[in-house]
Design a binder for this molecule. Sequence first.
Ligand SMILES: [Mg+2]
Length: 229
Amino acid sequence: MLILFDIDATLLTTKGAGVRAMVDAGKQIHGQSFHSDGIDFAGRLDPLILADLLAANGIPPTADALAAMRRVYAGALARRLADGDTSRPLPGVMALLTRVTAMTDRCTTGLLTGNFAETGSMKLQAAGIDPDGFAIRVWGDDSPHHPPARDHLPGVAIQRAGEAWGRPARGDEVVVIGDTPHDIACARAHGCRAIAVATGKFTTDDLAHADLTLDTLADTDRVMNWLFT
Ligand SMILES: [Mg+2]
């Protein structure tokens, strides 16, 4: 089995520092009027969010403009996370990660996230979670298609799992754990199961179409029983 964790509002919260750091980057490059009004952040890919931010501010999202935003965003995020209390694991996350990573004979753990590798790793490290503890890491710019979409990412994870396992992996061997309908949809697109957790902006009603919907990941035994029985 491969278990793929989303980062923001699933493993951890940065209390909005990620969004604010993107706006910091826009202001630093394009001026103080740069804003994030009307931008949808939750469950989306960072390259698409940066393109939407530029477009909303009347700036063509060229490759150079996107690369500059990505670079400056990383510095801005590092500054916002330097306050050690900003990024924190959500309830039950550390216990669940300890339990699933101990099941090396039965499962592989991975990340499936809209974050860029460098900034997603910063958020994890600031919350006390080691990114290298996940054998498979699929980031927001790992889509093999253009335009990129979250729905492409489980396919990348399944291919890498097959390489790690030495045999083809199947979608029904994969569980995606996330906090938005986008996480559930990308799982469905590849025949994967989905656990949805209402620790972000969506409620358990919004997420009721997942295979398992939870308020939080705090009940470790319940999650482990669902995964492994
Ligand atoms: Mg999320």
